[in-house]
Design a binder for this molecule. Structure first.
Ligand SMILES: C[S@@+](CC[C@H](N)C(=O)[O-])C[C@H]1O[C@@H](n2cnc3c(N)ncnc32)[C@H](O)[C@@H]1O
Length: 243
């Protein structure tokens, strides 16, 4: 997407509004991760505003983070418990928080925020370097099968319809680069607000190869946080890799 800069895509108003509409899977994510953490320490790649890290840390586990957006880090630090989360400001595909982590996790489709195959491979390698020998690396992401059925490889969806404003989700998928160029467009009393995001979608099979390149193997895969069976119709996956 021309003019899109990943390093500023979660800044300013986006960071300020991030927690206004939570995803809703926080409790089940924390339950799943805390069971895998075996007492920690734990590292969240792209920790954001601490949506998962804060309730996970509240279970008594040490949680660290790596995060690209200073504004998201500020939001995290302003919350109760935020100052106790050690956050490295940097890129999860290259930057270092430490080693010997019992659990490293990357949720909410955020592996897709890295826009090249090379960057995504480096992210697996960076996770592997920081993981304890018996540690687990958890990736949770959508399976992008539906993009292959989009008429014209594009869509417009009504994301929010209110009395005085609408938000449209406008997107186009490139089958070669696997990049989805997307913009959330809000029309309302304040005028037009455009919130662009580009993401590189990968299927679980490509992810497993990235893990192999990083010296990791798939240990288990489910279709959700409750161990749901994963099959060809699953819309998302929770994958656990280890050395
Ligand atoms: C969808 S949010 C997820 C935040 C948090 N993990 C959660 O589940 O709420 C994506 C986050 O990834 C961060 N991010 C994007 N690219 C990154 C990178 N290369 N390294 C570290 N963080 C990154 C963004 O700044 C943003 O905070």
């Amino acid at each position: 997407m021309d003019g899109f800069d990943p390093s500023t895509s979660f800044s300013g108003e986006i960071a300020a509004r991030y927690d206004d509409h939570l995803r809703g899977d926080e409790a089940e994510t924390v339950a799943y991760l805390s069971a895998l953490a075996r007492g920690g320490p734990v590292l969240e790649l792209a920790v954001g505003t601490g949506r998962i890290a804060l309730p996970l840390a509240a279970t008594g586990i040490r949680v660290d983070g790596i995060e690209l957006s200073p504004d998201m880090i500020d939001r995290l630090r302003a919350k109760s418990g935020g100052p106790e989360i050690r956050v490295v400001h940097g890129d999860m595909s290259v930057d270092w928080a430490g080693d010997g982590y019992a659990l490293i996790y990357l949720v909410f489709n955020t592996i897709f925020n890295l826009l090249t195959q090379e960057g995504q491979v480096r992210c697996f390698q960076n996770a592997a370097r920081q993981l304890a020998d018996d540690g687990a690396f958890v990736v949770e992401a959508t399976v992008p099968n539906d993009f292959l059925a989009l008429p014209g490889d594009q869509y417009v969806q009504a994301e929010r319809v209110e009395a005085d404003s609408v938000t449209l989700d406008v997107a186009r998928f490139d089958r070669v680069t696997q990049i989805l160029d997307e913009s959330h467009v809000t029309l309302g009393p304040q005028g037009i607000r455009i919130t662009p995001i580009a993401t590189r979608y990968i299927w679980p099979s490509e992810m497993d190869l990235m893990a192999r390149l990083a010296g990791l193997r798939l240990r288990e895969r489910s279709a959700g946080w409750h161990g749901e069976a994963f099959d060809g119709r699953s819309a998302r996956h929770v994958s656990v890799y280890g050395k």
